[in-house]
Design a protein around this ligand. Structure first.
Ligand SMILES: [Zn+2]
Length: 236
């Protein structure tokens, strides 16, 4: 193989690795943001569970106060009933006493329901707290790993870019400019192979003249995509 092609291939191996690393690097912020968003959901869930528990606790207190006030009302009616003389007034107060008893009973029933709700809200909160801690640990670990990976990749890119710059010295400017343009497009390998006239980059069939030139060990450009091509089976 001609040294020109060999040098270009060595440079390309380095540059393609750099491109791969940069692609990986570009994906990291998105992955990090997804992890953070996952944790935010759990955090919100915990906040909601806390709020719900507080709300139920308040409702329990309010209901207990309502029961106490209804009991107070009943006691007052009982005292009042003792001093009532007229039968119709007495009957009226008895009806009021019945109603007050019913109010107390209803309020106590509601209190029991609310206490069940309170127990439930405590369980839900405990579950949300566990989830918060577990997700927090996982996310923190994964974010740390991503940050470390980013660091490692960035170092490798810098090293390889230095190496690439040195390797580029071996390649003529006439080849380097189009090569870099193709590389920057981010698609395929700037230097591909030609087999039976077929370009490894775009798969189109080149003319026999181009195939022949490559078969003689020369670097050619694909007639369709203009990428560089060489024939790995060329005899030189
Ligand atoms: Zn092509």
């Amino acid at each position: 193989m001609k040294k020109t092609i060999e040098d270009l291939l060595i440079l390309q191996a380095e540059d393609l690795r750099i491109r791969e690393l940069k692609t990986r690097l570009a994906a990291i912020p998105g992955e990090r943001a997804r992890l953070v968003a996952e944790f935010e959901v759990v955090k919100k869930g915990l906040e909601k569970a806390k709020q719900h528990k507080l709300k139920v606790e308040q409702a329990v207190k309010q209901q207990a106060a309502a029961t106490a006030s209804a009991q107070e009302n009943l006691r007052a009616l009982m005292i009042k009933s003792a001093s009532v003389k007229k039968i119709n007034e007495y009957n009226a107060i008895l009806a009021e006493i019945d109603a007050a008893k019913k109010t107390i009973s209803d309020s106590e029933t509601r209190e029991i329901e609310l206490m069940d709700e309170q127990e439930n809200s405590e369980k839900l909160l405990a579950k949300a707290e566990r989830s918060y801690r577990a997700t927090g640990r996982t996310v923190q670990g994964e974010v740390r790993e991503l940050d470390a990976l980013k660091e490692t990749i960035m170092k490798e890119v810098i090293e390889r870019e230095k190496k690439s710059a040195a390797l580029a010295q071996n390649v003529s400017q006439a080849l380097l400019s189009p090569y870099r343009r193709m590389l920057a497009s981010g698609k395929g390998s700037p230097v591909g192979t030609i087999h039976d006239g077929n370009c490894s980059n775009c798969n189109m069939k080149n003319s026999p003249q181009t195939a022949m030139e490559a078969a003689h060990g020369n670097l050619v450009n694909c007639e369709y995509c203009s990428y560089f091509l060489y024939d790995p089976d060329a005899k030189d």
